[in-house]
Design a protein around this ligand. Sequence first.
Ligand SMILES: O=C(O)CCC(=O)C(=O)O
Length: 221
Amino acid sequence: MTGAVSDTLDAAALAAPAELKGVRIHQALLPPAAQAALLEDIRAVVRAAPLVRPVTPGGRAMSVRMTAAGDFGWITDSAGYRYERRHPSGVPWPPIPARVRAIWDAVAETDRAPECCLINWYADGARMGLHQDRDEGDFGCPVVSVSLGDDALFRVGGTERRAPTRSIWLRSGDVAVMGGAARLAWHGVDRTRFASSPLLPDGGRINLTLRVVTPPDAGAA
Ligand SMILES: O=C(O)CCC(=O)C(=O)O
């Protein structure tokens, strides 16, 4: 099954990624037909587990909206940042779609399976401030990030907050892998170019991040 969906990935993009401060970026890994199929998968997830506007522990509403698929979803509210087994409405998160899982299998270079596919929705003007992804239990596994829709200016720094940063425009179909020394790099999205992609004619950007959430022993069973 996985072999069939992996065939939809661009072989040249898989073999020769770009690199930005240790982040591997497979540009145009997903051809347009694969992006369209993925979009339908994500729409089905969002129907089952609707997007919510997260609020930081400090009470600030984030500009992106979020939901998730998998065993866990990442949430934030007045109780803090954390992974939960259920959507805030109480329903379980839908399973990670097979086509999304196939991307992980192609690029993640780990035996562990992703336990969360966080889905970020960027409407016009949405952004994501510089942060580290450190609520997970196994930093030996990468975070794999899939871009669909509008172009996004992705900024990457080092593992220290004040380390110099560099930026790259991520386009629909690009897949970035934050692993190894870049697993804990500070990163964020400064802005998007609204309606820049034909994938979503009304504009907007979807970002998927695949993560392993539990510590190594929990995955060894
Ligand atoms: O939207 C992106 O490209 C990055 C998303 C991100 O940094 C995150 O979900 O932690």
